[in-house]
Design a protein around this ligand. Structure first.
Ligand SMILES: C[S@@+](CC[C@H](N)C(=O)[O-])C[C@H]1O[C@@H](n2cnc3c(N)ncnc32)[C@H](O)[C@@H]1O
Length: 515
């Protein structure tokens, strides 16, 4: 096995898109925490350890105002990103094959530096290199997003990584073969009720989650030489040494402690303004196992709502779903939140007409008499609970689907739809209106591909042929459907659902257009 400071390189990773990494959301989290985000026009974005590149290439397609660079040590990964960049006709993205210690001298500075699935999986010397990259290449007023395995949530799962790695080291073959063998062993000792699993029922249940995951993902997750889960304070302290201050976290609801911990634990949050203390407390109350943290360097504060409206008003707010109704209930893991009341009724009514910036919301006659600060608070809480969404541009209201042909607007999306046909994992399509990607299931993506390339006649038959060619069955109530008429009926229902729900959404997001 080749190694890059102990990181596996013999097996390629799996492609994935993570909306938490979009500039639009990073800028929003800064604003929510009363800090001025980097400007939305002409920004530069650096992804460290970009893997196959689906995050930075999708975001580059979604936001032509930015220049996107992805770095990875594994040339097999950057080759895939290069291919997507060329096939998608992206002129604002490039992949760099390098390790973090030897980035090109002329890389310049960036207002966003992001890394997902990297910090916990590399040696401390590599983490030091990452911090050095941040110190050198983060522009003043810039943001850094770092995700990592967190304590205490990983405490009872840590031994699983230990046993997988130790067993895999005894096996032959590449990393995929060795992790498969190790998972089979893990299942065996769990099913034989090894004492560790009977003493730790949540670890026993976790084995079931592992067994159905892609072996390439598992190899990258568990077979590197280094693997560390961190307390929030450890990361905040080391980031502080390169001049970074904690800004907030993702998903959005994690910025609201009352949406993360039960009421009986909330007293400490009311009495401390020290984020290092309250985040640690939050992680214990929620047993956090993974964190997405946002840091910034030299971000100007936005102390009042007037400052926010004057200096950070380019984000737009709209309905999370066109059919959203009150009361709106969101299960946020630890807390289930219910939103209702006249202010939200008024906001819903207003946003049914299309999304808009906060300044247009607070000044709308429908909310006359409500303080701008209270409106902003309601909008932010609505984003946190999924009632509202935040986008880089205004989205139009929902409109009826045109009868005529439809097309996929961006060449990048056309390429992804065709290359990832029935790939067995979600497919992310870039939207220049939302400023991010929208992930859809691979069967839905196949419908969109066929609908836009071959039209509506014979759609179900074409999808059926594609499924057969890919060796993919159809299930009803978890049982395979083998009768042809029943398959056709199920696929027709799926096609109707795509036309009724997905197509209007993709039209609104500018991903599809009438031809
Ligand atoms: C678990 S993968 C995550 C990939 C991608 N960020 C994602 O979430 O899909 C970690 C990536 O970091 C890269 N990597 C590890 N050590 C590195 C180093 N020292 N320099 C550059 N890239 C590195 C690996 O090649 C791998 O692609």
């Amino acid at each position: 096995m080749q190694a890059a400071a102990g990181y596996i390189t013999d097996v390629s990773y799996v492609p994935g898109f993570y909306p938490n990494m979009a500039p639009v959301l990073l800028r929003y989290v800064a604003t929510l925490n009363r800090l001025t985000p980097p400007p939305a026009d002409r920004f530069r974005y650096l992804e460290l350890g970009c893997g196959l590149g689906r995050v930075f290439t999708t975001l580059a397609a979604a936001d032509p105002r930015g220049e996107f660079v992805g770095v990875d040590v594994n040339p097999r990964h950057t080759d895939v990103a290069d291919r997507d960049i060329a096939a998608g006709g992206l002129t604002n993205a490039r992949a760099v094959t390098a390790d973090f210690a030897s980035l090109p001298d002329d890389l310049g500075t960036f207002s966003f530096i992001v890394l997902h699935g990297v910090y916990s999986w590399v040696a401390e010397e590599v983490r030091a290199q990452i911090r050095a990259v941040i110190q050198r290449h983060l522009a003043p007023g810039g943001l850094v997003l770092v995700s990592y395995n967190a304590m205490p949530g990983w405490a009872h799962l840590q031994p699983i990584r230990g046993i997988l790695r130790q067993y895999a080291a005894l096996r032959q073959g590449d990393s995929v073969q060795r992790i498969r063998d190790a998972v089979a062993y893990l299942l065996y000792i769990r099913d034989k009720q090894a004492r560790y699993f009977t003493d730790n029922p949540r670890a026993a249940a976790y084995v079931d989650a592992i067994k159905s995951l892609d072996a390439r993902y598992l190899a990258h997750e568990y077979l590197n030489d280094h693997w560390t889960s961190f307390y929030f304070a450890d990361v905040a302290t080391t980031m502080g040494r390169v001049g970074l201050d904690y800004v907030g976290s993702l998903p959005v609801h994690t910025n609201f402690w009352d949406l993360c911990v039960l009421p009986e634990f909330q007293e400490l949050f009311r009495t401390t303004s020290n984020r290092l203390v309250s985040e640690a407390h939050k992680d214990f109350c929620a047993n956090t196992a993974f964190r997405w943290d946002l840091y910034g360097r030299g971000l100007a504060t936005l102390p009042t709502i007037e400052d926010r409206l004057a200096r950070a008003d380019d984000l737009c707010f709209g309905l999370g779903r066109p059919d959203v109704k009150l009361p709106h209930t969101a299960n946020l893991g630890i807390v289930t939140s219910t939103t209702t009341g006249p202010l939200y009724e008024a906001l819903l009514g207003l946003l049914r007409g299309g999304s808009r910036p906060l300044s247009a919301i607070v000044s709308d006659g429908a909310l006359a008499g409500v303080a701008p600060g209270a409106i902003a608070q309601a909008v932010d809480a609505g984003v946190a609970t999924g009632l509202f969404e935040v986008t880089s541009h205004p989205l139009p209201p929902s409109a009826p689907v045109p009868d005529g042909p439809l097309r996929v607007v961006l060449p990048f999306n056309r390429e992804i739809l065709s290359a990832d046909i029935l790939c067995g994992r979600p497919v992310a399509l870039a939207s220049t209106l939302t400023g991010t990607g929208t992930s859809i299931g691979d069967l839905d993506a196949a419908f969109i591909h066929e609908l836009t390339s071959g039209g509506r006649p014979g759609l179900v038959e074409r999808i059926d042929r594609r499924l057969a060619a890919a060796g993919r069955g159809i299930e009803r109530d978890r049982q395979p459907v083998t009768v042809a008429a029943e398959r056709t009926e199920l696929l027709s229902q799926a096609a109707d659902a795509v036309e009724a729900t997905l197509v209007p959404q993709l039209l609104r997001q500018g991903i599809l257009a009438a031809d």
